[in-house]
Design a protein around this ligand. Structure first.
Ligand code: 8YV
Length: 328
């Protein structure tokens, strides 16, 4: 069988794949240009891809021998799962193994916003730390006693809630479906409406998938409902936020600040207005970027593909009924 990787994976993973398949690895421009992807997929049985590869209906129909798609990610909004399923192609992904790493980064970003870590670093590097700070200068705020609002109470949302309780924060959440009462109790979280979540929280953290329903769901109208002193953290998908509206809200101090690991179109550069705002902390989509986690993701991505191509159930299969997206 022949497989295509839209980018190189860890050496051990490539070795495993080469034991079984004829492996082609794209080494050029990232993401792989659509016409190239469509021509390379033509004779392949399997594909390993990433969130920036648009595996749309055109790519899927070009892959006339395609039997399995394995994405190196928990998100699968880049894959037209319904088109794949209509062709009997198995789509698999890598949840669970990246939950802790992503939750850890979320907390790091939250701490940065509350305690102005980046701002202090930048101030010193720019040579602007002139006198020892006085009692009222460069103050942040305590996490203790503050309300964290989690939008999307899946695996990552829950891991963030657990960590937040260690900081003695109050945790509210909103999810498509309310979680079980026992789970709410053990996590010490309270279910509220979407509106209430944004009105009552001191910091909102997004952990929902990107779907037609969540697309740019965070807009100016919603941001205006948030407290002036509040923050927004996003380690999920950039397209859940209307970035122009967020930049406006930050400029006009409608909210206090934001920490973003994900963006509508990645990578971003200095031309993105968000990079020029002092009350924004930005990281380059590193939620799952730890040595340990990325290795586990590679292991799962390979196992998922191998199982799917041998007609078995992959470890984590994207289910059609849970694939909330008939796009791109
Ligand atoms: C990426 C992610 O997969 O898992 C996801 O959905 O967005 C990330 O973990 C990772 O950055 C590789 O592109």
């Amino acid at each position: 069988m022949k497989i295509l990787l839209t980018r190189r994976l860890h050496d051990f993973a490539i070795k495993e794949l080469k034991k079984r398949y004829q492996v082609e690895i794209h080494t050029g421009k990232i993401p792989m240009p659509k016409n190239l992807l469509m021509s390379k997929i033509r004779d392949k049985d399997g594909l390993i891809c990433y969130p920036y590869d648009k595996i749309d209906a055109d790519v899927i129909s070009a892959g006339s021998s395609l039997k399995a798609i394995s994405t190196f990610s928990v998100g699968y909004d880049h894959i037209n799962v319904n088109a794949a399923s209509r062709r009997g192609i198995v789509v698999s992904y890598t949840p669970e193994v990246l939950t802790r790493a992503t939750a850890d980064l979320t907390i790091a970003l939250m701490l940065d916003l509350f305690r102005r870590v980046n701002e202090g670093d930048k101030m010193i590097r720019k040579g602007r730390w002139k006198t020892i700070l006085g009692p009222y200068e460069f103050l942040g705020s305590d996490l203790y006693g503050k309300t964290l609002g989690i939008f999307g109470m899946g695996r990552i949302g829950m891991a963030v809630a657990k960590r937040a309780s260690g900081f003695e924060m109050k945790v509210l959440y909103h999810n498509r479906k309310r979680i079980l009462p026992q789970k709410e109790k053990s996590l010490n979280v309270k279910y509220v409406s979407f509106d209430e979540l944004f009105r009552r929280s001191d910091v909102i953290s997004i952990h929902a998938p990107h779907t037609p329903k969540t697309h740019e769901m965070i807009n100016l109208k919603l941001l205006k409902k948030m407290k002036k002193t509040s923050f927004l953290v996003n380690t999920a998908r950039g397209k859940i936020i209307n970035e122009k509206d967020l930049a406006t809200a930050l400029k006009r101090k409608i909210i206090s600040g934001a920490a973003l690991d994900v963006f509508g179109n990645e990578p971003i550069d200095g031309s993105n207005p968000l990079t020029r705002l002092p009350n924004v902390v930005i990281t380059p989509h590193i939620g799952s970027a730890t040595v340990e986690t990325r290795r586990k993701m590679a292991e799962i991505a390979v196992q998922n593909l191998v199982l799917s191509l041998s007609g078995k159930k992959p470890i984590y299969q994207v289910k059609v009924e849970s694939s909330r997206l008939d796009r791109p």
